[in-house]
Structures are given as C-alpha cells and as structure tokens.
Design a protein around this ligand. Structure first.
Ligand code: MG
Length: 379
C-alpha cells in the first residue's frame, strides 16, 4: 500500500468512527489519481433580504465568486466575498482564480506551500485566495473522509455562539430587526452615524440583552470616539469595533488607555503580519476568512494573536452558507463569533448549515459539510 493510500484509509476510518460518518473507502473512487484538476469559477448575485447599510454605504445585492475544483473524483468548493474597501471586485476575484489555475495542477496535498505560492502570485485579492483555500481544504478533507473541523482538531461543540448584526436603518426598522432575531443572545449594532445615540437608545427600548457596536471607522477623532464609547458603555454596550479610521493607530493607543470596554480591530487588520503592530492599540481583533485569505491563514492569526495577548473574534462578510460553514469549522479557536452573513441572503445557493438558537450547527459530513447548486448548467 502506498503511504498516501494508508494515510487516507487510516485517517478516514478513525475520524469516520468519531464523527459517525461513512469511511472514505466506501466512496466511489475517481478513475484517475494525481490530476488533472478541473477548476470552475463563476460569479453569482446574492439578493439580500433587506437593504444592508454600514457607515460607508448601502447594498441590496452582493456579487460573490464561487470556485469548484475537482480531482480524482472528489469536488471541493470555495467562495469569495470580494471587499470593495480593499479594491476587490467579483471580476478581479474571478480573474485571479483563472490566473492561478496552473498552480492547482500541482500537488494539492501540499496545500501549505500551495497557498504560499498563490498568495505570492499577486498582492491583494484576499477573498479570491480564501475561495481557493476553502476549495482545496474542502477537497482534501472530503478525500480523507473527515469534516474540516475534525481535521483541524477542533470540537464543534466549543464553537462560540454567534452575534446577530443589525444594519443601519431608521430606528423603528432596527427595532423590528432586533425583535425578529429574538433567538440571539447578543446583537452587534452598526453605528458610526450622526444618529448613534438615538440608535442605541432605540435598541435599548426593545431589548435588555448585551449589545456590541461596530462603527466601521465612522467616528473621526479620538475625543469623539471616547465620548461615544463611554456613553454606550453606560447603556450596556460591552464591546466596540473599529471606532476610528484604520490607520489612526496612535489614536487607538490613546483610546485603549482610557476606554471602559474592549476595542476590537476589524478594518485595521488583514493578515498575520498586521497583528504584532496592533497589540498595544486594541484589546482584540476581528479575523475574517475573506480578509486574510482563508482557513490556513486564520489558524495562524489565532495563534499569533493569542501569543501577543489579543482577544479573538471571527467575523464574516455577506457570504453564503459555504463561506459561513468554513468559518464555523475554525470558530472553536476563537472567543467570539459574528457569523451571520448567510442569514442576510434571500437566495443562498448552499444548504446544510443548521442554527440552534444562536449556535451554528455544522453537519458531521466530510469537508465543509454543505451542498450547493451554483454549478447547475455550468461546464
Ligand atoms: Mg466590523
């Protein structure tokens, strides 16, 4: 027996027994081993249930890129939710996937080196890099016959509960959104507007639950930020995310000395390399697969953030159940989760994720554990 076959069979039998799933040996085997890799990528428009407003804009649809790669009879899926703030579009993400397709014809099992090669092939395009990383790891763990969380050595029962985000709107609409999301125990309120006090007072009028606030860089001076944070803390806001523009790290250091509640970085960081510089300026960081480039980088970020004493939140963009499934798999490494992006989508092309109260339930299936129909009619 070749070594790889042994690893595949032994790994799948152990993990299959633990997760109550069928061992990989029972899967239909592809006719060819070792490639080639068939790569498909497509842009899909995701319609939002309601208009989504942050301090920097409003959206009613999102255009995400879906990647499917197939090798040796096993298909892996990934998703990119491009971030305009970092000059990413669905078109640029799709072009990047096509650009790096030759790299996917190499050894997919060497996915550590593969990700490094892909990352170095062009700056930016973190969402597209994440889509490829998700697809490769979905493929690898399906080939091994284990759920991604098992392969990561994580217990899905330790996944943090997810907050539910309330986008900016008229106060009465924001109140309705809170009432509709009664199953969640913590709400993340989007602020960073001229009406922030009215928003928080309005939300407080309909719920006693803990609140978190995300200003998305909406406040401009450290004095304004400290004034608002202190006011909000007195009204049960327990955490504030990105109150000031990303690059004002001196102001963040000033703020950290004075804030009564933890301050988390979101727009101020993307990848592991950013973390050491943030340790003195924030109490925690919000990691997103789409910002950092996927699962492998998110795991590295969690380790480095722990080492420098930062708390860890795992967030998301507006992503289908595919992207949220990947984040959920790695979420036991994090203290807090804000993984509600799929709940905002009216035409989610993937299914399989469960929600019990405010806890995401990842199915005990190999890979990311979700199925989709993005590829119907594609060749
Ligand atoms: Mg944020």
């Amino acid at each position: 027996m070749r070594r790889r076959e042994f690893v595949v069979r032994a790994g799948s039998a152990l993990a299959g027994a633990a997760a109550g799933i069928r061992p990989a040996a029972a899967r239909p085997q592809g006719k060819r081993r070792g490639g080639p890799t068939k790569v498909q990528a497509v842009i899909r428009e995701l319609r939002l249930r309601q208009a989504w407003t942050l301090s920097r804009g409003t959206w009613t649809t999102r255009r995400n890129v879906f990647v499917r790669l197939e090798r040796d009879g096993v298909a892996g899926y990934g998703e990119a939710a491009p971030i305009a703030r970092y000059n990413e579009t669905a078109e640029s993400g799709l072009a990047f996937v096509r650009q790096v397709e030759p790299l996917l014809q190499g050894d997919l099992w060497a996915f550590h080196d593969l990700w490094t090669s892909i990352d170095r092939s062009a700056p930016g395009e973190h969402a597209a890099k994440a889509a490829i990383d998700l697809a490769v790891l979905d493929w690898a763990t399906k080939s091994l016959g284990v759920p991604l969380y098992r392969w990561l050595g994580l217990d899905p029962r330790r996944a943090p509960r997810t907050t539910y985000s309330i986008g900016i709107d008229e106060v009465r609409v924001m109140q309705d959104k809170v009432r509709e999301a009664a199953g969640f125990s913590v709400y993340k309120i989007k602020v960073g507007t001229a009406d922030d006090r009215k928003i928080i007072e309005g939300i407080r009028a309909v719920t006693d639950k803990p609140l978190r606030a995300d200003a998305n860089e909406g406040w401009k001076s450290r004095e304004e930020a400290l004034d608002m944070i202190t006011w909000m803390a007195a009204r049960g806001v327990e955490l504030i995310e990105q109150p000031l523009p990303a690059r004002q790290l001196e102001d963040y250091r000033w703020l950290k000395e004075r804030t009564p509640i933890p301050i988390f970085a979101d727009e101020s960081l993307m990848t592991t390399a950013d973390i050491p510089g943030l340790a003195g300026a924030f109490n925690g960081i919000n990691v997103k697969l789409m910002k950092c480039g996927g699962i492998q980088e998110a795991v590295r970020m969690a380790a480095v953030a722990r080492a420098v004493g930062l708390k860890l939140m795992l967030g998301c963009m507006i992503e289908s159940s595919l992207g949220i499934a990947a984040a959920s798999a790695v979420s036991p490494l994090f203290d807090d989760a804000d993984l509600d992006g799929n709940l905002l989508i009216a035409n989610d092309p993937f299914r399989g994720l469960g929600l019990e109260g405010d806890r995401i339930v990842v199915p005990a299936k190999p890979g990311l554990g979700v199925e989709g129909e993005v590829w119907a009619g594609e060749s």
